[in-house]
Write a protein that binds this ligand. Structure first.
Ligand code: HEC
Ligand code: HEC
Length: 396
């Protein structure tokens, strides 16, 4: 277990550890430990690499006070509709900073329509959400707090609530220099806090930085399969183990959409809200993923390759939580993926050509599973903040 006692310590660590930033360093490190060149390695994809520090946007620099404020806001349900559903409600610390069910819980009266993703290391991603619909943490936070089946909050109401909390008034004033809290600054503070939720000292990081003892023999064998026979590196590559591109693997449709009326309500609502054709609205029984953004048939059923880091804590897996452990995931790939509404040509035939039966035997499957476990390291523990109370404003 890793305890973060002091945010200032974390901020200090982030400043000094610029060492392992570039892929070039990683490549040298791999040669240094004598990693064999895998048989089927793709020459055109970046190798796995140790994770350095996350990028910090120039217009939202980190400071200790901002991170501290963002942390409170992450926990504060008053940034939402009926003050019941904070960010942390669906990104629970002991569930991998995600939510441990196939579909996430939703705003009261709803079930979310996708699996909740981890906040850990989201700071490195250029495109957030399963279908990449937010381009930065600053843009992602309001869509979560305001989304009908997530926070369902109203800007004016949330901003007014902040104004009636003296401790927040003082903190926003200190951090952003405004007399009154502005809702946009709340999202900036949350984003700053998320940029401190980093785990980059996993066994994989240590091994790639030259510590040969960081991985077991089984895990090293798994890594060779990952880079070679199993072909995982084709999409899960670079320091985050994702190319941030979109694929349909044939993940089967969400089971709960078959038998859970409430879950169907949200799915129907999302189809309507995101704008699909009338025919699709009538017949669709599966999540069209990237199609919602592009409206291109070829993008139906495609999702962003997720990072593999911290996933030991974030089961179940995939955009709809279809698989409950790594073994199920690896067996799915071993069988050449699966079938869904967008694989047989009726709606679309967008399944990736890269997904083919792998012919892995039982030992190879368990080596690959062991390697996946090495991407996670210790659990990130952060002490919950005490939330400040409301107080009436002076009448003059
Ligand atoms: C009701 C549950 C719920 C609430 C509340 C919620 N989230 Fe999420 N979060 C999710 C789900 C589900 C996803 C994936 C949704 C998708 O891809 O369409 C997600 C995705 C994310 C991601 C993307 C991670 C990645 O890998 O791309 C981030 C970051 C995030 N949430 C942060 C937040 C923040 C910050 C808040 C509070 C302002 C918040 N969430 C509130 C359920 C929730
Ligand atoms: C063609 C690109 C591609 C290849 C090859 C690939 N993956 Fe994936 N991986 C994805 C995508 C895309 C998803 C999400 C799919 C979805 O939700 O529908 C995913 C999801 C996962 C997840 C679930 C992560 C989570 O947070 O839910 C794991 C674990 C995983 N892959 C491991 C592997 C392993 C192991 C291999 C090699 C056997 C592999 N992947 C090969 C693209 C790929």
């Amino acid at each position: 277990m890793k305890h973060l006692n002091s945010l200032s310590l974390l901020l200090r660590q982030m400043k000094v550890s610029t060492l392992l930033k570039s892929g070039a360093v990683a490549a040298v490190a791999m040669i240094g430990v004598g990693a064999p060149v895998p048989a089927l390695a793709q020459t055109d994809v970046p190798a796995l690499a140790p994770l350095g520090d996350p990028p910090i946007p120039l217009d939202n620099p980190l400071s200790e006070a901002k991170v501290e404020l963002g942390k409170k806001l992450f926990w504060d349900p008053r940034l939402g509709g009926d003050a019941s559903t904070a960010c942390v409600t669906c990104h629970e610390p002991d569930q991998g900073w995600a939510f441990g069910d196939s579909l996430s819980r939703g705003y009261p009266g709803t079930v979310h329509w996708r699996n909740s993703q981890s906040i850990v290391n989201s700071a490195y991603l250029g495109q957030l959400f399963w279908a990449g619909s937010a381009a930065s943490l600053e843009k992602q936070a309001p869509s979560a707090a305001k989304g009908a089946v997530a926070g369902n909050g109203e800007n004016d109401v949330m901003e007014t609530r902040l104004a009636f909390i003296p401790e927040y008034r003082a903190a926003f004033n200190e951090v952003f220099g405004t007399e009154w809290p502005r809702i946009g600054d709340a999202w900036a503070a949350i984003a700053a806090f998320e940029r401190t939720m980093i785990v980059n000292d996993t066994p994989v990081d240590k091994y790639l930085a030259g510590d040969e003892s960081a991985l077991s023999e089984e895990q090293i064998a798994g890594m060779e399969l990952f880079n070679g026979k199993a072909g995982c590196i084709q999409c899960h590559n670079g320091a985050q183990a994702t190319d941030e591109k979109y694929y349909n693997l044939g993940v089967p449709p969400a089971e709960r959409w078959e038998d859970d009326g409430l879950a169907q309500v949200t799915f129907r609502y999302e189809l309507y809200a995101k704008g699909v054709t009338q025919e699709m609205y009538r017949v669709l029984k599966d999540d069209p993923g990237l199609y919602f953004r592009t409206k291109e048939k070829a993008d139906m059923g495609k999702f962003r390759t997720p990072p593999l880091r911290y996933t030991a804590y974030t089961a179940p897996y995939m955009h709809n939580g279809s698989f409950w452990d790594f073994e199920e995931v690896v067996q799915f790939y071993n069988a050449g993926g699966g079938e869904n509404d967008f694989t047989d040509g009726t709606m679309a035939a967008s399944k990736s050509d890269l997904i083919k039966p792998l012919g892995l035997d039982d030992d190879e499957v368990s080596n690959l599973v062991a390697f996946l476990e090495a991407f996670s390291g210790d659990e990130l523990e952060i002490e919950a903040p005490v939330l400040p109370p409301y107080a009436p404003l002076d009448s003059q």
